[in-house]
Write a protein that binds this ligand. Structure first.
Ligand SMILES: C[S@@+](CC[C@H](N)C(=O)[O-])C[C@H]1O[C@@H](n2cnc3c(N)ncnc32)[C@H](O)[C@@H]1O
Length: 323
């Protein structure tokens, strides 16, 4: 099926933004130029505009299999011709899990892919990379190498969230009930480390080479509070190693970056005292190819004045649809 003109431009704008993010794109170029050896066979999974395939050929790859399921691949093909790379690239417009040995008839030395989102895992790219490992030599490499998703409770919220509470909340100026709107969304965050109520903790860790990659996960972390304040939500950011010493992170907000720290408001905003504990269970599932659900379950263990008394435990949970 062909995309409508709006879908096409939405997709094109996404790829333009990826290309304009020089920090991201140069990190991949650097990683590829270090990892690819002359004569290597490379799979570029999710090729988009073909940029990572072109970097692999600049680094001396013998042949690249460039895969993408969407129409953007037509532009990758046009760029390959313009840059005289076309004889060394096989373009395959397919979904990763539909690939066969007829599409990729030789074992590859390297798989390169950009499956990273602000919440680290993106669509079904991760589980498709797992599927693609069958086309990788035993000694083969995967770029990126690993990724960690971190979470930290915070005592402030980003401006956009505060404004939306004011404009769409129960006392809103329009006198309209906005409860049917999806209020549970994550917000790009500019919050600095002063807003953190504890140390960040890793909630998801993937080594692409060693781990079995999945698009769903469930994990829990415990935060011991070192500061007091009102819990407003939690912040997510990732740190990824693209290749030896080449890293990317969304920890600091940067308006030119593809990735940003994301703030998830908590449905309750308890006062936190030093010595309290917050247990968070986080799960991620895919509802449709483009709709993902993040569920956050919280347990606030509030420490009372006397150590003999049992802590009071308050539970609350929220769900976020990420489109
Ligand atoms: C984040 S973009 C990266 C594009 C390009 N590699 C770059 O670095 O600029 C991911 C690409 O993967 C493609 N993609 C996502 N899931 C896919 C799948 N299951 N099979 C094939 N392509 C997929 C998307 O269409 C998109 O073009």
């Amino acid at each position: 099926m062909y995309p409508t003109i709006n879908e096409f431009y939405y997709r094109y704008k996404t790829h333009l933004k990826l290309l304009m993010d020089q920090n991201r794109t140069l990190a991949f170029k650097d990683a590829i130029s270090r990892a690819v050896q002359p004569g290597d066979v490379v799979i570029d999974f999710g090729t988009g505009t073909g940029i990572l395939s072109f970097f692999a050929l600049q680094a001396g790859a013998r042949h690249v299999y460039a895969i993408d399921e969407t129409s953007i691949i037509e532009y990758a093909q046009k760029l390959a011709i313009k840059n005289t790379f076309n004889e060394k690239i096989t373009f395959i417009r397919k979904s990763g899990k539909d690939l066969t040995t007829q599409d990729i008839p030789e074992m590859a030395d390297i798989i390169v892919s950009e499956p990273i989102s602000s919440l680290l895992i993106e669509g079904d790219l991760w589980s498709s990379i797992e599927y693609l490992k069958r086309f990788l030599k035993k000694s083969g490499l995967i770029i990126p190498k690993s990724g960690n998703l971190f979470m930290v409770p915070v005592k402030s919220s980003p401006r956009l969230f505060q404004d939306s509470e004011f404009v769409l909340g129960s006392n809103n100026t329009y006198k309209i009930n906005f409860l049917a709107l999806p209020r549970n969304v994550m917000y790009e965050s500019f919050l600095e480390a002063e807003a953190w109520l504890s140390k960040p903790a890793p909630i998801l860790n993937y080594n692409l080479q060693k781990d079995t990659l999945s698009d769903t996960f469930r994990n829990s972390v415990e935060f011991a509070f070192q500061k007091s304040g009102q819990l407003k939500g939690v912040l997510f950011y990732f740190e990824a190693e693209i290749f030896d010493d080449v890293t990317l992170s969304s920890r600091k907000y940067d308006q030119n970056s593809t990735y940003s720290p994301l703030f998830a408001p908590t449905p309750q905003q308890p006062l936190i005292s030093i010595g309290d504990k917050l247990v968070c269970r986080v799960s991620h599932e895919i509802l449709t190819p483009i709709k993902k659900l993040w569920t956050l379950e919280f347990e606030h263990h509030s420490k009372l004045a006397s150590p003999e008394e049992k802590p009071i435990i308050t539970k609350f949970q929220s769900q976020f649809n990420i489109l």
